[in-house]
Design a protein. Structure first.
Length: 172
């Protein structure tokens, strides 16, 4: 069975667009500082990294599926050049309330299960908002908020080093 790190994309791998906007092309995509090293270190620790991302911009007609695929191909290629590997990417392109794959629902995780032999006891979800964390918890894995501490969430860290240390402590 595989140890998986599920990552949200916007706010974890790349800087988010302005509120009510979307990353619509590779030119708008900007990696968060240190994320390539973070993913590389996760790979070294034996984790496969899978991205689970809500991309509502497609449903709203602000982002084409072609451009999204192009962004993801270039993202993976750029990370690979730094020895950081994304195993797979699962996307919800639906609007709110139209599906069961949009986080905080667990449909993207269930899609991942169809392709990967996931050891939930050794897997984690890392996201930057509560819907990511709720999705991971509903799926039955430890979930870590990347950002400012929230009183209602157990695991919150504002840097990749602390997240790596947490995962290392719970990787038994």
């Amino acid at each position: 069975m595989d140890k998986i790190i599920f990552l949200d994309r916007d706010g974890i791998i790349n800087k988010k667009a302005e509120e009510h906007d979307y990353i619509k092309s590779w030119d708008e995509f900007e990696f968060i500082d240190g994320v390539a090293e973070f993913i590389r270190d996760l790979n070294i620790m034996g984790y496969k990294v899978i991205v689970v991302t809500n991309q509502r911009g497609i449903a709203l007609g602000k982002l084409s599926p072609y451009n999204l695929a192009n962004i993801h191909d270039k993202m993976k290629e750029s990370l690979k050049s730094k020895n950081a590997y994304i195993e797979d990417i699962f996307v919800c392109s639906h609007d709110i309330g139209e599906c069961s794959c949009r986080k905080p629902d667990i449909g993207l995780f269930l899609q991942a299960e169809e392709r990967h032999d996931i050891d939930k006891s050794k897997s984690f979800m890392i996201g930057d908002n509560e819907s990511d964390i709720l999705a991971g918890m509903r799926y039955g894995i430890k979930s870590i908020l990347f950002g400012k501490k929230k009183d209602n969430l157990l695991y919150c860290y504002d840097n990749f080093i602390d997240i790596l240390n947490f995962i290392s402590r719970h990787n038994k």
